[in-house]
Design a protein around this ligand. Structure first.
Ligand code: HEC
Length: 112
């Protein structure tokens, strides 16, 4: 009986350690994802879009649409960014869906 109890204690101890270990791992993974919050749309914009749209969205190089006056809803922006339109290049091979959604959301912030 005593043996069983000791065994149980050890087993519980090992289980508890194992449990807290994996809990740490998951919280570590969560930290890693929160360190890069979703996706930084502003950063993507600065990297891929300023060449035509300019830092504030109103540069209009190569006939780029003025994003400060654009009334396009976000879902249609996502389509334009994904598939391209006119002189604008498609970004579906450069950015994944999350990044496109993030940068589309960011372009809404450029609106005056
Ligand atoms: C090669 C230059 C170029 C780059 C790079 C570029 N665009 Fe454009 N963009 C354009 C042009 C040109 C248009 C207008 C397309 C047309 O005439 O149909 C446009 C249109 C748009 C529109 C539609 C606006 C409206 O109201 O119709 C959005 C939104 C947009 N761009 C967002 C972006 C984002 C976000 C990026 C970066 C991921 C980007 N663009 C990169 C040239 C560019």
């Amino acid at each position: 009986m005593k043996h069983t109890l000791v065994f149980l204690l050890i087993a519980t101890f090992i289980y508890a350690c194992g449990g807290s270990d994996s809990a740490n791992e998951t919280s570590g993974a969560q930290e890693a994802t929160t360190a890069t919050p979703q996706v930084d749309g502003k950063k993507i914009y600065k990297q891929y879009c300023v060449t035509c749209h300019g830092l504030y969205g109103d540069m209009g190089a190569s006939g780029a649409f003025n994003l400060t006056t654009s009334e396009l809803p976000v879902d249609e922006r996502i389509v334009v960014i994904t598939k391209g339109r006119g002189a604008m290049t498609p970004f579906e091979n450069l950015l994944d869906a999350d990044e496109i959604a993030a940068v589309a959301a960011y372009t809404l912030e450029l609106k005056k």
